[in-house]
Design a protein around this ligand. Structure first.
Ligand SMILES: Nc1ncnc2c1ncn2[C@@H]1O[C@H](COP(=O)(O)OP(=O)(O)O)[C@@H](O)[C@H]1O
Ligand SMILES: [Mg+2]
Length: 309
């Protein structure tokens, strides 16, 4: 299912949280919603999920307009809010069964079992939520969002506050789930987008700054393309530089990074170079620029004074 946002604006008092925001999220992808604190990410996500009304503009889910009364559309969307409240005194399985009851899911036990398996919670089912680590509490939040088997998953800063190992686990879980669903996740961490998202929408101060495929956005906005290459034997970098005019070459161990203008493709030249010098290519990867550079170039580089996280 796709999401289309058309000219959405939202003001809180005198605070303009979203200003004429338009973008789309294609079906079957993980899209990153990237922006600093206070950019308007949570507000936009609440509007997409139907929890908040826009002042103007509209959101379409698979061509159907989302509104406060769109009960059936809302059922197709799983939502993990930013500060997801959980009942710490309840047992994991008990809690998920209660949530399944609220959703009105028919075969409750089956749905809970399937979701617990998917989120790696089966061994924790008998524990109180309050006894779980933050990473596992976040799995409970994800399980709750996944219970009705939604086609769309909206995850508001799903890794914020987790330690590095937990972050990796939750990202892996999101990638796994994302194979079958349309996922939109918000983050203020650019590396997260590079690690998880095939496409990105960058927002700052309530305005969309850029959007598209993650590597394309990075490539266009940084204005450089990088190719990483390794050979069976390290070539002399000066000889390589002579073979590749107008490229910046840096070597780090066996990996050589070649950076060029985006319209130059050095890969055919690298193949020819390898053949000419009797080398074998052991590694060749084309990369965009770095999202971090893009992010800093486009946004106000930090939290607004009045921003919420
Ligand atoms: N309920 C609210 N009342 C007043 N201002 C709000 C409310 N929710 C959000 N805002 C303001 O709207 C702006 C965007 O907030 P938010 O959507 O939470 O940003 P983000 O999730 O990107 O950090 C911020 O300036 C924030 O202070
Ligand atoms: Mg937020």
């Amino acid at each position: 299912m796709s999401i289309r946002v058309h000219s959405v604006s939202k003001t809180f008092g005198r605070q303009k949280a979203l200003d004429n925001v338009s973008f789309s999220v294609e079906s079957g992808q993980i899209t990153g919603f990237l922006g600093p604190n206070g950019a308007g990410k949570s507000t936009m996500m609440k509007i997409i999920t139907g929890y908040l009304q826009a002042d103007s503009g509209l959101v379409e889910i698979d061509g159907r307009r989302m509104g406060e009364d769109s009960i059936d559309l809302r059922r197709r969307i799983g939502y993990l809010p930013e500060h997801n409240p959980l009942y710490l005194d309840m047992y994991v399985r008990e809690y998920l069964e209660m949530v399944a009851g609220i959703y009105g899911i028919g075969s409750r036990r089956k749905a809970v079992g399937r979701t617990m398996e998917l989120t790696g919670l089966l061994p924790e089912g008998h524990k109180k939520i309050g006894a779980l680590s933050k990473g596992y509490r976040q799995r409970v939040g994800l399980a709750q969002a996944l219970l009705p088997d939604p086609s769309i998953l909206i995850l508001d800063e799903p890794t914020t506050g987790l330690d590095p190992n937990q972050i990796i686990e939750i990202r892996e879980l999101i990638k796994h789930v994302g194979r079958q669903k349309t996922v939109m996740l918000s983050t203020h961490i650019m590396q997260e987008v590079e690690a998880v998202c095939g496409s990105v929408v960058i927002i700052d101060r309530g305005t969309v700054k850029a959007g598209g495929r993650t590597d394309e956005v990075a490539r266009i906005l940084t204005g450089r393309t990088t190719v990483e290459v390794a050979f069976s034997r390290n070539p002399d970098t000066r000889t390589l530089a002579a073979a590749l005019a107008q490229a910046d070459i840096t070597a780090d161990g066996g990996i050589i990074s070649i950076s060029t203008d985006p319209d130059v493709d050095v890969r055919p030249q690298l193949f020819a170079f390898a053949v000419q010098h009797g080398l074998t290519l052991t590694h060749l990867v084309k990369k965009g620029g770095h999202m971090e550079d893009v992010f800093h170039a486009l946004t106000s580089q930090g939290a607004r004074a009045d921003g919420q996280s």
